[in-house]
Design a protein around this ligand. Structure first.
Ligand SMILES: Nc1nc2c(c(=O)[nH]1)N(C=O)[C@@H](CNc1ccc(C(=O)N[C@@H](CCC(=O)O)C(=O)O)cc1)CN2
Ligand SMILES: Nc1ncnc2c1ncn2[C@@H]1O[C@H](COP(=O)(O)OP(=O)(O)OP(=O)(O)O)[C@@H](O)[C@H]1O
Length: 215
C-alpha cells in the first residue's frame, strides 16, 4: 500500500498537467483505512510545508495581503465581533497587520493556545502590547486571558480540498476545539492556492470549513 501512495513527479517542471487533471498527482487513493490516510497525510504535510517555505518573503507578503483583502469581503464588518486568528509560523500567511486593523475597526482578536497536548485549544484575547510567551513547540501565545469563544475562527491550512476540508499539522487541535464549541463560529480556512489537494480523504473527526480563502 505504501508504495502506491507515492506521488508522481515529472522530470521537466514547470508543468501544467495539474491544470488539466485535478487529481493527476495521486497515483492511488490511500483507501479508507486511517492508517493509510494518516501515512499519506504525513507525506503531504511535509511536501506542502516545504513548498510554501520556498516562497520568498516578498511573494509571501503579496499573497498574505491578497488573502487579507478577501477575508474582509468574507467576514464583513468586524465591529463588536471576536476573530480568532493566529501568530504565523512555518510559512503560513501573515495576517498580523490584518488583525490589528480588525481591532482598529472595533473588533477584538484572540489567539489560540495549546494548553496541553490532546486538549482543545483555548482562545485568548490579545492586542498589540500585550505580553506573548513561548508555549508548546515554541509557539508565541498570549501570556494571559481572558479566554473567549470567537465569533469567527481563522484556521490556517497546510492543505485543503474542494469539499472545504482542512489538512493541518496533525495535532487535531482545530477539529477538537470546533467539536466542543457551544456556539458554532464562522470557520474560515486560509492558505495558498498552491496548497489545494484533490481530497484530504476526510475522516469522521474532520470538520469542514465554511469557506476557504486563498490568494
Ligand atoms: N499559527 C498557528 N498556530 C496554531 C495552529 C496553527 O495551525 N497555526 N494550530 C492548529 O492546530 C494550533 C497548534 N497546532 C500544532 C499542531 C502540531 C504541531 C507540531 O509541531 N507537531 C509535531 C508533532 C507533535 C507530536 O506529535 O508530538 C510535528 O509536526 O513535528 C504544531 C502545532 C494552535 N496554534
Ligand atoms: N474531536 C476529536 N476528539 C478527539 N480526537 C480528535 C478529534 N478530532 C481529531 N482528533 C484526533 O487528532 C488527530 C489528528 O487529526 P488530523 O490528522 O485530522 O489533524 P489536523 O487537522 O491535520 O491537525 P491540526 O488541527 O492540529 O492542525 C487524530 O488522531 C484524531 O483522531
Amino acid at each position: 500500500m505504501a508504495d502506491k501512495l507515492e506521488t508522481s513527479e515529472y522530470a521537466s517542471p514547470p508543468c501544467f498537467m495539474h491544470e488539466l487533471a485535478a487529481d493527476f498527482r495521486t497515483v492511488a487513493s490511500p483507501s479508507d483505512s486511517w492508517r493509510d490516510v494518516s501515512r499519506w497525510r504525513i507525506a503531504e504535510r511535509k511536501r506542502l510545508i516545504d513548498e510554501r517555505l520556498a516562497l520568498d518573503a516578498d511573494e509571501r507578503q503579496a499573497k498574505s495581503v491578497r488573502i487579507a483583502g478577501r477575508l474582509d469581503t468574507v467576514i464583513g464588518r468586524p465591529s463588536g465581533r471576536t476573530v480568532g486568528t493566529y501568530w504565523p509560523f512555518r510559512g503560513e500567511p501573515d495576517l498580523r497587520n490584518w488583525g490589528i486593523k480588525i481591532i482598529e475597526r472595533g473588533g477584538r482578536i484572540a489567539l489560540p493556545v495549546v494548553i496541553q497536548k490532546g486538549w482543545p485549544l483555548e482562545y485568548r484575547i490579545w492586542s498589540p502590547g500585550d505580553p506573548l510567551e513561548r508555549g508548546i513547540w515554541n509557539m508565541l501565545v498570549p501570556s494571559r486571558g481572558p479566554a473567549v469563544l470567537p465569533d469567527v475562527v481563522i484556521a490556517p491550512v497546510v492543505g485543503f480540498d474542494d469539499a472545504r476540508y482542512r489538512l493541518g499539522y496533525g495535532g487535531g487541535y482545530f477539529d477538537r476545539t470546533l467539536a466542543i464549541m457551544a456556539r458554532k463560529p464562522l470557520i474560515v480556512g486560509v492558505g495558498y492556492t498552491q496548497s489545494r489537494l484533490p481530497s484530504i480523504y476526510p475522516q469522521p473527526h474532520d470538520i469542514g470549513m465554511d469557506v476557504i480563502v486563498t490568494d
